[in-house]
Structure formats: C-alpha cells, structure tokens
Design a protein around this ligand. Structure first.
Ligand code: CP3
Length: 354
C-alpha cells in the first residue's frame, strides 16, 4: 500500500492501535458472542423480537443487544449483532433455526443450485437492515469503543449451504469439493463476491474493523487449506483494502494449527485470531512475528471461573505482551457461562501489569 493511502492520523482507540502493530501495556479486550444467551438482558430483548432471525433484522433491537455487553462490562470493542448465515439467505437460501439444535438451510448439491442463487447486487435487498444496525451503532457507541463488522469466510459459509446444517466433519462440503469441483468453485466465488459487497457496505455504514470467521478452516488440509481458506481471505482482504484504504481486517481460520503461521502475511490481514488449541507462547513466536494476534482463552473458563480462570488469563496476557495483542476467547462464549466470570476475566486482564 502507498504511504498516501494510510490514514493521516495515528489511531487513538486501543483496538485500532493494536491492529496497527502497537504492543500496549494492557491489551484491549472484547469477546466473541459477547451479546448472547448467557446475558439475561439479551434473552429479554430476543423474546421481545420473537426469534433470533427477527432480532438480527430489527436494527433498533440488534443495536440494543450489541450495546448491552458494552454497558455491562465496558469492552473495548462492540461486534455487530448479526449472523454469518444471513449471506446465504440473501443469496436465496431458505434459513431457519431449530431451538436447541441450530441452523437449517435449503441445500446446494451441484451446479443447478449454484446457478439458481440470486445475483450479488440483490443481497442488499435482504441485508439493508444490517447496514442500518451499523449506522445506529456508530452513532451510539461510546467514542472509545471500536465497532467491528463481520462475515463468515466462504469455506465456512459453503459448509452450511451444502449440508443445510452444521456438521461435525464438514463431510458434505468435502464431498462436493472433491466430486464436483467446478460447481464447488463456482459456489465459493459467489460467496466470496457477496462477502466483499456485504463487508464493504458495513464499512461504508461505519464499521471500523472487519473480521472474517472461518470456523471450519481446520478441516482443510495442505493445498485445500491454501486454496479454500487462505486464497478467499486474501481476495476479500485485498478488495476491501483497495476500496477502503487502511481498513483493518482480522482473519480467524479457526483450528488452522500450523496454518496460522504466515497467514497474516499471505492474506494481507492485520491480525490473526487464534483458538485455544495453540499455546500463547507458540503464537507469540510463530504468529505475532507478523502482526497482531487476537485470543485465546478457552471459553470453558467462562463457565467454571475461579483461580484457573485468573491463572490462564494472566498466562495469556504475559505470553503475548511483547507484541500487538487483543485479548479474546478462543471461540464464542457459551449460553451456560456465568456473567460474573466475564467480569473477573476483564478485571484480571486490566490488573495484570506485572
Ligand atoms: O460475536 C458476536 O457476538 C457477534 C454475533 C455473531 C453471532 N454469530 C450471533 C449468534 C457472530 C459473529 C456469529 C458467527 C457465527 N454464526 C458463526 C461463526 C463463528 C462461530 O461461532 O464459529 C457460525 C458458525 C454461525 C452459525 C450459527 N448461528 C450457529 C452455529 C448458531 C448456534 C445455534 C444455537 O442455537 O446455538 C447460531 C445462532 C447465533 N448466532 C446465536 C447468536 C447470539 C444464538 C442465537 C439465539 O439467540 O438463539
């Protein structure tokens, strides 16, 4: 990127400073799924909305649940309240959630299904309420809080579009990518294009950072990882940075293991989010060398709490403090978490100065 394309003033918000490569004495902190069912105020607003998807598409209520964990805990960032499966819905898939089980979608099994998807421009008909949520948030968030937009990565989104639900091993998507590679590549292209347009609109509406969630990247190995996790992240990052110079991107190729090494450099992402299957010391020497690292406390500590939570939180802060770090969980907080444990985690991070 040319020097002229850099923002003219250095960022002041802590998350933006970490993303620009600064090692801060106390890492900024936010939490995946911070607006969620472990919070009584979330459950109340969700009941008011009726169901999860109605909540996602109601800008006032979606903004309200995004703000709830900011008010309660003072996190350094807010993440837009929405879901990665809204993009398939905007492309024409049927989408619904089965209580206690998870998402369900109409399935795509071959070229016909890909050809029947709506054109990319049409996604905004469905997704415009999400842009409205972002606009409300950029007005209402405290000035020190960073607003993060997001989308699913093409591979993860494709796994749901092909199987019609979450799967333990992403088997149906692997079968299609091996058995019908042309149709699979066409689907990946369609999702990649839609994701670029969707994230671009979030940035225009006021998102200051975007995160790409590749929750199932870990099931791609070798060349398949490069082709279907790394390449799409690179393409999306390059397109966004060309349209919105200086926009920071967080990539989360979850459970990538050694695939985390060099991922930021190869994709152009400013930060790699890591899950808790890798140690923070390993991440410091292998991933933080390329820039900011986000993570990686096991979300189970939000259920169990106590001294183990304190010890592991301090361990992560200390291991990653010599480079740019954003404190987070290794995956989303679960509905059975105790809100008191979240407060204890934040207090531990902010008091860990030795
Ligand atoms: O992090 C945040 O707080 C931002 C909002 C957000 C949600 N989902 C809200 C949500 C984000 C970033 C997501 C991402 C998402 N959604 C992913 C990728 C990240 C990950 O967790 O691996 C995936 C795979 C999905 C698809 C999805 N949506 C699943 C598997 C589920 C769980 C279904 C269930 O009932 O547990 C959802 C629903 C969902 N998305 C909830 C929330 C708060 C719970 C919905 C509810 O209120 O019932």
């Amino acid at each position: 990127m040319s020097i002229a394309a850099q923002p003219s003033t250095a960022p002041t918000k802590t998350i933006l400073r970490a993303l620009a490569g600064e090692a801060l004495p106390t890492p900024p902190i936010w939490m995946m799924r911070q607006a969620g069912r472990y919070l009584p105020e979330y459950r109340a607003t969700r009941a008011q909305a009726g169901d999860f998807l109605s909540l996602c598409y109601n800008p006032e209520l979606a903004a309200e649940v995004t703000l709830q964990p900011i008010r309660r805990y003072g996190f350094d960032a807010a993440i837009l309240f929405a879901d990665i499966l809204l993009v398939p819905q905007a492309l024409g898939a049927d989408l619904w959630f089965v209580t206690g089980e998870g998402p369900r979608l109409s399935t795509i099994t071959g070229a016909d299904g890909v050809a029947a998807l709506k054109p990319t421009d049409a996604i905004h008909d469905t997704l415009s309420p999400i842009y409205e949520t972002v606009k409300i948030l950029s007005r209402e968030l405290p000035e020190e809080t960073t607003l993060i937009g997001f989308a699913g990565a093409p591979w993860t989104v494709a796994t749901y579009m092909i199987a019609g639900r979450g799967t333990p091993d992403q088997g149906p998507a692997h079968t299609m990518r091996e058995g019908a590679p042309e149709a699979f590549d066409a689907l990946m292209d369609r999702i990649t294009e839609a994701t670029i347009e969707y994230l671009s609109m979030q940035i225009e509406a006021g998102a200051e950072v975007v995160k790409i969630f590749d929750s199932w990247a870990g099931s791609l190995k070798g060349d398949a990882f490069l082709r279907y996790a790394l390449e799409p992240a690179k393409r999306i990052t390059a397109a966004l940075k060309e349209r919105h110079p200086g926009i920071p991107v967080i990539a989360f190729p979850r459970e990538a293991g050694d695939g985390y090494i060099g991922f930021a450099r190869a994709t152009g992402a400013d930060c790699v989010a890591i899950d808790n299957s890798v140690s923070p010391e390993w991440a410091a020497s292998h991933v933080q060398v390329d820039g900011c690292v986000q993570g990686n406390l096991a979300s189970s500590h939000m259920v169990t709490g106590g001294q183990a939570l304190i010890d592991e939180t301090q361990h992560i802060v200390r291991a990653l403090r010599n480079g740019p770090h954003i404190f987070n969980l290794g995956h989303g907080i679960t509905p059975d978490a105790d809100p008191e444990n979240v407060a204890l985690m934040i207090e531990t991070v902010r008091n860990c100065t030795d």
